[in-house]
Design a protein around this ligand. Sequence first.
Ligand code: FES
Length: 574
Amino acid sequence: MTTGKEKNLRSANWFGRRGKDGFIYRAWMKNQGIPHDMFEGKPVIGICNTWSELTPCNAHLRDLAEAVKKGVIEAGGFPVEFPVMSLGETLIKPTAMLYRNLASMDVEESIRANPIDGVVLLCGCDKTTPSLVMGACSVDLPTLVISGGPMLKGHWKGKHIGTSDVWRFDAAHKLGQITDQEFIEAEACMARTQGHCAVMGTAATMAVMVESLGLSLPDNAAIPAADARRKVLSRLSGRRIVDMVREDLTLSKLLTRKAFENAIMVNAAIGGSTNFVIHLLAIAGRIGVDLSIDDFDKFSQNIPLLANIQPSGIHYLEDLFYSGGLPALIREMKSIIHQDALTVNGKTMGQNCESAEVYNRDIIGTMEQPFKPESGIVVVRGNLAKDGAVIKPSAASPALLTHTGKAVVFENIEDYHARIDDPDLEIDATSVMVLKNVGPKGYPGMAEVGNMGLPKKLLEQGVTDMVRISDGRMSGTGFGTVILHVSPEAAVGGVLALVQNGDLITLNAHNRTLHLDVSEQELDARRNSWNQTETVHPRGYVHLYQTHVEQAHLGADMDFLKGGSGSTVTRDSH
Ligand code: FES
């Protein structure tokens, strides 16, 4: 630990000042009961907190912040906790994704505008991780991420349950296989502890992402929220961020091209969410690393599914932790991973994982004996998705990965809801369900509706999966043969907008193709009569978003937010 005044601290430009400005900066900290020597000359650590009672997955983060504060003080720093916009997946309408970029602006400006030398990002529920990391990247201070950790797995009627069961319960409820009472009972049995979803949904995928990028201490991804070791990790993170400030270990020193490639490979092995693509592209755009949608396919190839976790497998995040955690899984990949990628603790990824052991081969497989041979993200292209679309083969039905069927088109999500259970809807198990206008601009906010439920009449026939195509996203807890993120989206005149009922569509995920069997002349004729009504919201943030959001294959960030502005504040007089 360093004592006394430390050199070159950004915060000294506030607390180290003489005269009126310094007086003001310090005096109003003292009104919180903070002695002078707590903050003068010490690394000031911002604890950027997404705690909110409207984000139930993050409702315990103030407890973790207290643990971080203890660690910061133990290492000779001064902790300051501050709130930022929190995005709860379950409550926010129309979709939390609409606000990811807005929250990232809050984070970026809050960090830069304040006397902060280093920052700890406390996140959990899906969008709270990318929004915080994106915002922090645009400032580029020493930064360390702590995830809230997964819930313990649910128990209902003698079985374990998790968020992926919501889709199954819904289908069973539709068919009358479970009663209203049972449905309500299952709610309380599933989300029974603090933390984010217990399966490899987007929140867990994001926790894996930050650990595989090197932005968290080892084991961040899987320690359950309810486990005391989550607090230990937080306290150790608090200690470590102070030293990161002393070492000037900024985000851009960690987030190299190798770190991004590691994250893509680990995401494949863990069976991570398709939302990973959108968020990692946006993060790369902020930190200035050249990453394209094709990199996800390229670096996923030949990586099998090593983690037997829902929705691609059968187990839960806490099982991953008890089986050795993410370091043990990454160690299985040592022949392909960039072992020399630097991480927040100053060690390389290889060093962090070299002594990790696998305790349960039912949960963490080997490269030679994986749970599924195909995993990761497949990027398909064709006249229906010129700039690409994604599919997660480990969550799909292998037989449907090569399929030709007639389109059943829904013009928007309201149209889908209105007609999906119409007994007269012309649809069978071979049909391809097409949903338009749920993309970044069109929804707006790129809703998680791509894994649209099957029609009741087909569920009753025992159909469990069909090819579905949309410009929207899918919950990381969802599954099925679902082609997502079609780019360009329908709302900007992508070919998806021109699909009509009965058109033949061919998916060949093995060949990376998605083809609409309609001639160019016919598409031109449809394009000429395509008459999209103006959908840009007249005012406010949604207007800004729809005017500036980029397409899915670029990460759906807003064009003017790409890159960063650093940590310098140019105008600073009172
Ligand atoms: Fe918050 Fe699943 S709803 S992580």
